[in-house]
Design a protein around this ligand. Sequence first.
Ligand code: AMP
Length: 253
Amino acid sequence: MKIVRTIGGLRAEPRDGSVGLVPTMGAFHEGHLALFRAARAENDLVVASLFVNPAQFGANEDLARYPRDEERDARVAEQAGVDILFTPEPSELYPPGFQTWVEVEELGSRLEGEHRPGHFRGVATICLKLFNIVRPDRAYFGQKDAQQVAVVKRMVRDLDHEVQIRVVPTVRDADGLALSSRNAYLSPAERELALTLPRALATKDAAQARARLNGLDMDYVEVADFEPRVLAAAVRVGKTRLIDNVVLDKEKA
Ligand code: AMP
């Protein structure tokens, strides 16, 4: 596996056949591995990006303490069959004078967007930049971030990009908690409390889920009309904000 840190370096890589891109922020777990494997199965060249995108973090969020371990991530990605790990510095992607943003207006402003203003502007912009830099045939995203999938698909359609968006089902721990890099923040007691989230969503009913989550700090628990429809929730456990969702239209899952 090759580690590439610049846009020029990435563009200079030889490309033969189809290219799959997996955008990530690192701290790899089995969720990321499922995306790498899906990309490996369908493409000649697999590029993973590892970039903790400052533009998608709010001022009071966890950008500074977001888990970072490039050495371990590089080992894990290589073992999963990634060919190129693209891991640029923020200044490579946001040079001085940067001022062009992608705003997915309606889809990006509710649910997560309402509670994390500017989040999806950061997500859409970095995804479009990565699509333009890597020029993948297919890009891989997790259903865990259902609204992110909806926003990225809408952007691709609205801006006439040719990349195909592939969605991989949410990978969970044996106890049901959806894998997330942010689970590393949880103490054992908080992790126990966090299990309420998948259990509440398993009811597949917003009112029942809210009742089960009673006592936790809920940002939202709502049915979202994405494709497929989901029951989505964001809760805070201690200082950690967790999101999860379950697919409601089983036949389309
Ligand atoms: P992140 O590094 O957290 O930005 O995630 C990178 C990609 O992995 C995103 O497309 C996420 O939706 C996906 N992902 C994160 N956690 C999971 C999970 N538990 N199952 C499936 N995909 C996931």
